[in-house]
Each structure stands twice: as structure tokens, then as C-alpha cells.
Design a protein around this ligand. Structure first.
Ligand SMILES: Cc1cc2nc3c(=O)[nH]c(=O)nc-3n(C[C@H](O)[C@H](O)[C@H](O)COP(=O)(O)O)c2cc1C
Length: 169
């Protein structure tokens, strides 16, 4: 079985955020997918069980998604993609607004955002698949969305162990 086939799959890059009482976190993901085009579209996102964002979203049942633009730099991606919100406040020094659902939405280097309810959580081994229902969405700029390919080929970014697509060194 040639596992390198998995590198041919295409993705975008996002920051998902969640908040429960005073607990907040957000993390970079490449695993957002539109599942349906109903009046309130359904989406899925896959988050590692050890990520603080996973634990908070399971309790709050709310997850907001910011679509990163090609302007996102390694400072922003490093903060949300390589460090845990268990250790520090990721909102400090980051541009954000409060969503209608009360969950902060990252607006720095972002094209658009979605506010979602978590309507189901499916166990997927190391990761959970969150099934989301979109409740609100806004376009913030006409900037081009970041793709996973652009992140690897142009920004020369790495994939950390908790990402779904991590393949070891
Ligand atoms: C390019 C990139 C893609 C990532 N994709 C995912 C993903 O799809 N799912 C996931 O759980 N973690 C993914 N991660 C890893 C999380 O962003 C990382 O573990 C983060 O530090 C978790 O933060 P938290 O503990 O505050 O939730 C990705 C990271 C990067 C840099």
C-alpha cells in the first residue's frame, strides 16, 4: 500500500475556535469539508482528541471556522497550529471579533468565517469527526484562500503530529 497517495488529497487551511465559560482555544486545521447544501449547510471537521479545542467544543457544542487567506504567516499558524491553548491565551495579540454565538472568531489574515453548532461527534480513533450545522457566515475580504499545497510549497510549512495528515518524519 503506497501511503504517499494521501499527499494527493487537496485541502484548505482554517482556524477553528471554541469557548466554554472562561475556557477558550482554537487550532489550525486542514480538515474542514462541506457535507450538505441544505438551508443550514452541514460541514465536518476532524480534530485530534488531545487538542484542547476538541475538549472545549465537545462541551460547548459550538465551533467557529475562519478561512485563512494566503496572507496568513507562520507567526499566526505557529501560534494556533503548533502550541496548545492549555498553556497560554491564543487571543492575546491576535485580531478577532466575538461571534453572534459568543465564540471568538479569528479575523487576522482571514477571507471569511462560519459560526456553527456541533450536532454530532463521531469517534475516529486518534481524532473526532465533528458534524456541524452552519448558523451564520460572513465574507470579510476578497483575499485568496490558503490551500494546504500553498502552505507546503510556498510557505514551506510543516505538519505537526496531531494533524490528521501527519505521516511521521
Ligand atoms: C498545517 C496544519 C494543519 C493541521 N491540521 C489539523 C487537523 O486537521 N486536525 C487537528 O486536530 N489538528 C491539526 N493541526 C494541529 C493543531 O493545530 C495543533 O495540534 C494545535 O496546537 C492544537 O491546539 P489546541 O491544543 O489549543 O487545540 C494542524 C496544524 C497545522 C500547522
Amino acid at each position: 500500500m503506497n501511503q504517499k497517495v494521501l499527499f494527493d488529497l487537496s485541502y484548505g487551511l482554517y482556524i477553528v475556535t471554541s469557548k466554554e465559560k472562561e475556557k477558550f482555544s482554537g487550532c489550525v486545521v486542514n480538515t474542514v469539508c462541506q457535507a450538505t447544501a441544505e438551508e443550514k449547510p452541514k460541514l465536518t471537521v476532524i480534530i485530534n482528541k488531545e487538542n484542547y479545542t476538541n475538549q472545549i467544543a465537545k462541551k460547548s457544542k459550538k465551533l467557529n471556522i475562519s478561512v485563512l487567506s494566503k496572507e496568513a504567516d507562520m507567526l499566526l499558524i505557529g501560534k494556533f497550529g503548533f502550541r496548545s491553548g492549555k498553556d497560554f491565551n491564543k487571543l492575546e495579540g491576535t485580531e478577532y471579533i466575538e461571534g453572534k454565538n459568543g465564540v471568538p472568531v479569528i479575523t487576522q489574515a482571514v477571507c471569511s468565517y462560519l459560526e456553527c453548532d456541533v450536532i454530532d461527534v463521531i469517534d475516529c480513533g486518534s481524532h473526532s469527526i465533528f458534524v456541524l450545522e452552519m448558523q451564520d457566515a460572513e465574507i470579510l475580504s476578497e483575499k485568496e484562500p490558503m490551500t494546504y499545497q500553498y502552505y507546503h510549497n510556498v510557505i514551506k510549512g510543516k505538519t505537526p503530529p496531531k494533524a490528521s495528515s501527519y505521516m511521521g518524519k
